[in-house]
Design a binder for this molecule. Structure first.
Ligand SMILES: [Zn+2]
Length: 191
């Protein structure tokens, strides 16, 4: 098993363990009582998650990983402008991926067309760990160019990219509908 694959397996196991622990904790000590049976929601969220995962695996990961490998081989991107220990470069890369993703998330909440897709994440009738995986596959597909640009400009390596991609999948901001979305104003938002 090469370093990239090993990093992916470790990160995936950490995400799965954290996900199950959070789901159990949320069931035992809910912040507020769920409004619906969790099983039906979980079934919907599982299908949406599967579609989003397929889109990400087929359309986003291959080109982004190819760029990350290219970065690593050629020392390309902002993270390679100054010499530094590899661990520091990876940590910085992870943080910069998250920082730049903030602006992508901001655009998804502000641009009406993007919000049409991103709202699928925010209209979950209740909120739990499964909500963090609930993303419209269309949103995942159109994020591919952004993801490729992000990896290329920053110069992150493949292990950092994989670790970032499968970390707490989408603690992408708050779980409230965008204020500008009239279609969701009547939908009570999960916190
Ligand atoms: Zn959002």
């Amino acid at each position: 098993m090469d370093e990239e694959t090993r990093g992916g397996v470790v990160a995936l196991a950490a995400v799965a363990g954290t996900f199950l622990a959070l789901l159990m904790a949320e069931r035992l000590r809910p912040l507020r009582q769920p409004r619906r049976s969790p099983w039906r929601r979980w079934r919907v969220n599982a299908w949406v998650t599967a579609a989003a995962f397929a889109a990400g695996t087929l359309a986003v990961a291959p080109p982004a990983l190819a760029i990350a490998r290219w970065n690593e081989g050629g020392g390309i991107g902002l993270l390679h402008l100054a010499p530094m220990p590899q661990a520091l470069r990876m940590g910085l890369g992870f943080l910069l991926l998250d920082l730049t993703f903030y602006w992508w998330h901001w655009a998804n909440r502000r641009v009406p067309l993007l919000w049409r897709f991103h709202s699928a994440h925010h209209i979950d009738p209740d909120l739990d760990a499964t909500t963090s995986f609930r993303f419209h596959p269309g949103e995942v597909l159109y994020s591919a160019p952004f993801r490729m640009a992000q990896v290329a400009v920053l110069g992150v390596d493949p292990v950092t990219y994989v670790a970032y991609q499968i970390r707490s999948p989408r603690r992408r901001g708050r779980r409230r509908p965008a204020p500008s979305s009239p279609t969701l104003e009547s939908t009570p938002a999960p916190r």
